[in-house]
Design a protein around this ligand. Structure first.
Ligand code: NAD
Ligand code: WQD
Length: 345
């Protein structure tokens, strides 16, 4: 396996921190560029602790913004960067409806600035955090990468726009090696419980809401809809353990770095759907805590069921998920129990 110097934008965030850990353990050298808009340097301090002093010596952190070319130049100058893993962005669907310009600025203009810096620094290998949100209300499940792109909120529009920009860039000249990875529902934590998901304010997503109810930070969970056309009436999603997702990035980088020009667009999911009620039951089992909940009206903008067809990633990356719902709950609980208030604990 070849090792490389990598720039990780947004590396202090939930998925970024777990991926940094996996990349350091694989021998890569990392420069993380993050403005800590939605994270804390503490996550990277803990990553360094988990990997040990030798590997931690291969981690540098640059505080800065992907929209600022000076910050990008500082990050590229910190190491001879061969590839970029681009996590930095804003991801809250509701917030994107209220503040679309901020989402277009950070997610789209920020990605454009990053690509310009890559050109200036002769780096043409990129892994981009895309999202299953692109598929909107899917017409068929499991969802293949060829399914129509029809996002239904500004956040999704920005992800679709960046994918489109990457296609244009890849077609513009030889030398680009790009992977757009469409994540399904990332959950869980590193099994140590030292790093995990630390949303600010009231969680929008199911999994962190459940863990916060379990630890006593919130009283009850609302189950959005009991009348979906699914086996138990609650919504079905493809949850993916964040460690599996991190390993998917390692596999994608390996394929890009070892291959010629390419533009890969891949679903990263497990291929298995679980309903909200199944997730609650699995979490109760893993934690030994009751999750009081009420079934309420459907949430606007939700689909009944989204599940990946992950076979293209298996074929092209030789990667598939290995951790199931019980491990997602066990590890997510280990993190929340040890850090009831996240990194501020
Ligand atoms: P996160 O918010 O935990 O991480 C994003 C990181 O980017 C944070 O550390 C934040 O401080 C940083 N950041 C934000 N704006 C920045 C800027 N202008 N300059 C530099 N850094 C900036 O989110 P995450 O869950 O780790 O998601 C990572 C990526 O994956 C995002 O692009 C997100 O859209 C995408 N994604 C996430 C999910 C999910 O459910 N978590 C699903 C699909 C796709
Ligand atoms: C999962 C299920 C809800 C909260 C979102 C983004 C998507 C992607 C992943 C970034 C649904 C139900 C939820 C609650 C509930 N992010 N639910 N009570 O909506 O599938 O995807 O995160 O790219 O873009 O839209 O995830 O965790 O919000 O919801 O019943 O308090 O849980 O209705 O069925 P979602 P989620």
């Amino acid at each position: 396996m070849s090792v490389a110097h990598l720039l990780i934008t947004g590396g202090a965030g939930f998925i970024g921190s777990h991926t940094c850990l996996v990349l350091l353990e694989a021998g890569h050298s990392l420069v993380v560029l993050d403005n800590f808009a939605n994270s804390s340097p503490e996550s990277l301090r803990r990553v360094a602790e988990l990997v040990g002093a030798n590997a931690a010596a291969r981690l540098q952190v640059v505080e800065g913004d992907i929209r600022c070319s000076t910050d990008l130049d500082r990050a590229f100058a910190a190491g001879s960067i061969e590839a970029v893993v681009h996590f930095a962005g804003l991801k809250a669907v509701g917030e994107s409806v209220a503040e679309p310009l901020r989402y277009w600025d950070v997610n789209v203009a920020g990605s454009r600035c990053l690509l310009a810096a890559m050109v200036a620094h002769h780096c043409r290998t990129l892994v981009f955090s895309s999202s299953a949100t692109l598929y909107g209300y899917p017409e068929q499940v499991p969802i293949q990468e060829t399914a129509p792109i029809q996002p239904i909120n500004p956040y999704g529009h920005t992800k679709a726009a960046v994918e489109r920009m990457l296609q244009d860039v890849a077609a513009s000249e030889a030398g680009w090696r790009i992977a757009s990875l469409r994540y399904f529902n990332p959950v869980g934590a590193h099994p140590s419980g030292h790093i995990g998901e630390d949303p600010s304010g009231i969680p929008n997503n199911l999994f962190p809401f459940i863990t916060q109810v379990a630890v006593g930070r919130r009283e009850r969970l609302q189950v959005f809809g009991g009348d979906w056309p699914t086996p138990d009436g609650s919504g079905v999603r493809d949850y993916i353990h964040v460690m599996d997702l991190a390993e998917g990035h390692l596999a994608a980088l390996q394929v890009l770095l070892n291959g010629g020009d390419q533009l890969l667009t891949l679903n990263l999911g497990s291929g298995r759907g679980h309903s909200v009620l199944e997730v609650i039951a699995a979490f109760q089992e893993a934690s030994g805590r009751a999750i009081p909940h009420d079934v309420v009206a459907r949430r606007a903008g939700d689909a009944a069921e989204t599940v990946a067809d992950p076979s293209l990633a298996a074929e092209l990356l030789g990667w598939r998920t290995t951790r199931g719902l019980a491990e997602m709950c066990r590890d997510g609980w280990a993190w929340q129990q040890a850090n009831p208030n996240g990194y501020a604990s």
